[in-house]
Design a protein around this ligand. Structure first.
Ligand code: UD1
Length: 375
């Protein structure tokens, strides 16, 4: 099989985690006796540029340094997406990839998908088919549009496939499981490392709540933000200290406002430290997509600070409660979920998603080659 030249475009923190898992599998494949199948070229748009959100992740995750850094930083959605497209287009014109691979639902995802689609370069979308059915969220816009221009739609679950079917997308759809579980398996600290991390932050296993908060719909709306912070304060007053690694966007939104007693802001942490804190926490409260699943895999209940989620399966099985920004619902959900003991079916694959994704890409390439250049 000839080599597939694949450009992977990443830009935001969770994408580094997912890309690291797939890149490891690409490198493992290259060491196989069958020889390399994929030549991966990693492009970092620069969407996340702070060391704590970017560089530290590349280092911790063993992700090779990007082959290209586009240096697009923070800006309004239009400007950010446009700038990424402007810089990506000439790069793709030079590199001429056979495939562009994108992850999830950020502005980096959409920018890369649009540029590739306009160049008629096939696109593989990891985390295809997820829907929150809330088009006011920028991520929902990004994921829907990306799916509609993708050639390979790599879905974490059967429900994602059903979502695509509802939109008339039937071709190129595969269930691959969730590459984030591969990432968790690789990065998961040992029990003694978990204790070390917990101790380092002055916490006791099972006696604190881990919170993360960064989505625009929460940080950019002072009413929601205040209500959530008050809710976290109630959780602390109820007996569970709340540890909140703070995203720069949220730090800026909070400004110099005092945070409620018992809510401790800490700097953003790396993936391993986050997994350690999540596994030692009594409960997680978050508006992140990734942490909802990580808590599930770690058998920790999740209280989701959003009105809707694209990870609906975790809600259906009772491990995730959606509370939005409702102060009293936050503390009620924490009370009802601490100590939860319920079955945890395998919702998003078995942690071998990277391997499955590469198999799908390999099969697609064989078929494409067989059809010849005119197809
Ligand atoms: C982005 C994604 C979101 C994802 C998140 C992961 C979009 C629309 N949103 O949100 O889906 O869950 O990444 O973390 O793509 N900032 C810094 N330093 C940085 C990056 C950002 O200080 O390195 C601050 C800036 O004030 C910036 C703000 O954070 O304006 C928002 O950053 P942006 O990249 O637009 O989106 P995120 O909120 O990080």
């Amino acid at each position: 099989m000839s080599l597939i030249r694949m450009v992977t475009v990443v830009g935001a923190r969770p994408q580094f985690v997912k890309a690291a898992a797939l890149s490891r599998e690409v490198r493992r494949g290259a060491e196989d006796s069958n020889g390399p199948m994929v030549e991966e070229i990693i492009v970092h748009t620069g969407q996340h540029y702070d060391h704590e959100l970017s560089g530290q992740f590349f280092a911790d995750l063993g992700l090779p340094d990007p082959d290209a850094y586009l240096g697009c930083g923070s800006a309004t959605h239009g400007v950010q997406t446009g700038q990424m497209m402007e810089r990506l287009e000439p790069y793709l014109a030079t590199v001429k990839p056979d495939l562009v691979l994108v992850y999830g639902d950020t502005n980096s995802t959409l920018a890369a998908a649009l540029v590739a689609a306009k160049r008629n370069t096939p696109i593989a979308h990891v985390e295809a088919g997820l829907r929150s059915f809330d088009m006011s969220m920028p991520e929902e816009v990004n994921r829907r549009l990306t799916d509609h221009v993708s050639t390979l739609l790599l879905c974490p679950s059967e429900r994602a496939v059903a979502n695509l079917e509802l939109e008339g997308i039937h071709r190129g759809v595969y269930v691959t499981g969730d590459v984030m579980l591969d990432a968790l398996r690789w990065a998961m600290p040992s029990e003694s490392e978990v204790s070390e991390v917990t101790l380092r932050f002055g916490l006791r296993t099972g006696e604190f709540a881990l919170a993360t908060l960064h989505r625009a719909e929460n940080t950019d709306d002072p009413v929601r933000l205040n209500s959530i912070m008050a809710g976290l304060g109630d959780v602390a007053a109820d007996g569970l200290e709340v540890v909140l690694p703070i995203h720069p966007r949220t730090a800026a939104a909070l400004g110099s406002d005092p945070v409620p007693a018992g809510v401790r802001l800490i700097k953003p942490v790396g993936h391993r430290d986050l997994l350690a804190l999540a596994s030692a926490a009594a409960v997680g409260l978050t508006d992140s997509g990734g942490l909802q699943k990580e808590l599930y895999w770690l058998a920790r209940p999740c209280v989701t600070l959003r009105d809707r989620t694209e990870w609906t399966e975790t809600v259906d099985v009772g491990w995730n409660q959606l509370v939005g920004a409702d102060r009293s619902a936050i503390v009620a959900a924490v009370r009802s979920s601490v100590g939860l003991d319920a079955p945890r079916p395998q919702l998003y694959g078995a942690g071998d998603s990277a391997k499955i994704i590469l198999e799908v890409i390999g099969q697609w390439w064989v078929t494409t080659q067989a059809k010849g250049p005119a197809s």
